[in-house]
Structure formats: structure tokens, C-alpha cells
Design a protein around this ligand. Structure first.
Ligand code: SF4
Ligand code: SF4
Length: 138
């Protein structure tokens, strides 16, 4: 008798959990879908969303501030001096960004006096080698 009542109890418990899960499934079936079918569908990013850096070398005055403030040693600038009339100005000969090291902190963009370096919203950066993540701008 004890065995029978235990079996009935187990059966009712199983039935209850099946009904409970089916109810949840049924309720979710009618709700608004939240799954995004990436990459066909994409979420819209908030305006302040940021990932990695990029630079507009035409605005860069090769002051080197970004290079000095970067905590991850991402930025390498080769500077050359250009004579404009009797004035000598600095320009970047090459601007190298090792994006594999960038943690997107934004310090470089915050300190740049000409807004040449900026944070981007680019996020599909997976690659097969670290070398492929090195970007040269000139
Ligand atoms: S975002 Fe941060 S880690 Fe990336 S280059 Fe700028 S300062 Fe360096
Ligand atoms: S801080 Fe701005 S202007 Fe100065 S070197 Fe970096 S990108 Fe160029």
C-alpha cells in the first residue's frame, strides 16, 4: 500500500512538472520574440556604444598624446617634420594601431586635441591572426 501511494505521488509530481513547463512554453509562445537572427538581423546600438579606435591622419598633428596615454601600447606613430613656409610642423608618416591589444577604454580619443583619433562602433573583428588586427594609416 505504501509503495502504491508513493508511485501515485511520483506520477502526480511528474504530471505537475510537465504541465508547469507546458504552461510556460504556451505563455512564451504568444510573447514578443526577443531572439535576433544575427547576422541577418542586427540590434541598433546605443549612441555611446564604442568598441575600438580609428584615426583620421589628415587631422593628426603628431603630438603623440594618444600614444603616451594608451595603457595597452596600441598606438605607434612615426613622425616627420614638414616645412610650411618658415614654420616647421609635425605630421604622422605612419600611424599604426594594434587593435588586438585595444581594450576600448577611450583614453586616446578623450585626450586628442584635434579629434583625429576616435572610437568606432565596429564590432565584427574576429580574425585568424593577431597580425591581421594591425592597421596602418598614412
Ligand atoms: S581605446 Fe584605450 S586601449 Fe584602445 S588605443 Fe585608445 S587608449 Fe589605447
Ligand atoms: S593625440 Fe590626436 S593629434 Fe595627437 S598624435 Fe594622437 S591622433 Fe594625432
Amino acid at each position: 500500500m505504501k509503495k502504491l501511494s508513493r508511485a501515485i505521488y511520483q506520477m502526480l509530481l511528474t504530471l505537475w512538472s510537465v504541465l508547469k513547463s507546458l504552461t510556460i512554453t504556451f505563455l512564451y509562445f504568444w510573447r514578443k520574440k526577443v531572439t535576433v537572427q544575427y547576422p541577418e538581423e542586427r540590434l541598433e546600438h546605443p549612441p555611446r556604444f564604442r568598441t575600438l579606435v580609428d584615426v583620421d591622419v589628415s587631422k593628426c598633428i603628431a603630438c603623440g598624446i594618444c600614444q603616451r596615454v594608451c595603457p595597452s601600447d596600441v598606438i605607434k606613430i612615426e613622425v616627420w617634420k614638414v616645412k610650411e613656409g618658415d614654420k616647421e610642423t609635425s605630421k604622422p608618416r605612419s600611424f599604426i594601431l594594434d587593435l588586438g591589444r585595444c581594450m576600448g577604454c577611450g583614453l586616446c580619443a578623450e585626450h586628442c586635441p584635434t579629434a583625429a583619433i576616435r572610437m568606432t562602433q565596429e564590432y565584427e573583428l574576429a580574425d585568424y591572426s593577431r597580425e591581421a588586427l594591425i592597421r596602418r594609416r598614412s
